[in-house]
Design a protein around this ligand. Structure first.
Ligand SMILES: C[S@@+](CC[C@H](N)C(=O)[O-])C[C@H]1O[C@@H](n2cnc3c(N)ncnc32)[C@H](O)[C@@H]1O
Length: 246
């Protein structure tokens, strides 16, 4: 009897979670706005989070130790397996809380974001000799050279059309590895790569998440492996996948 009740409660929890994920609305307010305007607004209004000093930041995924530490360790472990220190390109670097911990193991580190004020603030606050900051739109602009490209919790915020434009450039042959980090539903089957308009919310809000190996993206790659998978609450995980591109 107890087991039946427990199962029933579990089933209800499961249904509640799925409904919650499905009915959080995606953003409509940005219709017609440019990528640049959208992400500038998000930072201006601190829609992800604020630091203790009151400044807008890139959100919990960039600041909570339980979400960031395992990622940093996994990336450093992977870099340690390479013959030489790689040149790294961090696209959508945000407030650089995460990138600043990876840069010390790079030969060079180019950290880019679409929001000029975030890039300016990073340039002011971080003085790491091998790091260069740049403002660019990963979907629209030419991308700088590197061995490894990082997109950490970035693609989950942008439309499928923007992701496809980015992947076209990444697949053109100049990069050896792509390391992609995405928030995904955990413990339930889900339909990947459902489209959404670009904005602060992510596909997890309606029970989906990005998998670049699957349609419509079908990222060409030689091999893929999960470098780390960090639980984020009960129903999500933040998964980092290494794609060997050539
Ligand atoms: C949630 S934050 C993640 C920041 C950082 N990667 C991290 O893990 O801490 C997403 C970042 O992607 C940036 N971004 C969104 N669209 C972009 C685009 N098209 N080109 C470059 N950066 C973009 C946003 O401005 C934001 O700083």
């Amino acid at each position: 009897m107890t087991i039946t009740v427990r199962r029933y409660v579990k089933r209800l929890e499961h249904l509640y979670k799925r409904m919650k994920l499905r009915f959080v609305p995606v953003e409509r307010e940005y219709a017609g706005a440019s990528n640049k305007d959208i992400f500038e607004t998000i930072y201006r209004d601190a829609r992800w989070d604020r630091s203790a000093d009151g400044r807008p930041n890139s959100g919990p995924g960039s600041h909570y130790a339980d979400l960031v530490d395992p990622y940093v360790e996994a990336i450093r472990d992977f870099v340690a397996t390479l013959d030489t220190a790689p040149d790294m390109l961090d696209l959508g670097c945000g407030d650089f809380r995460v990138g600043s911990r990876i840069a010390p193991v790079a030969a060079s580190y180019t950290a880019c974001d679409i929001v000029a004020s975030v890039v300016a603030s990073n340039s002011e606050h971080y003085n790491i000799p091998n790091v260069e900051f740049r403002t660019l739109d990963l979907a629209a602009d030419p991308l700088p050279p590197a061995d490894i490209v990082f997109v950490r919790q970035v693609l989950q915020h942008i439309s499928n059309a923007n992701i496809a434009s980015f992947l076209e450039k990444v697949s053109a042959g100049q990069y050896r590895y792509l390391i992609d980090t995405e928030s995904l539903p955990r413990g339930i089957p889900f339909k990947p790569n459902i489209d959404k308009p670009s904005g602060e919310r992510i596909r997890l809000n309606f029970g989906s998440g990005i998998d670049l190996a699957l349609p419509p993206f079908n990222l060409p790659h030689k091999s893929a492996r999960v470098l780390c998978d960090v639980p984020d609450g009960r129903f999500a995980s933040i998964r980092t996948t290494l794609y060997e591109l050539r």
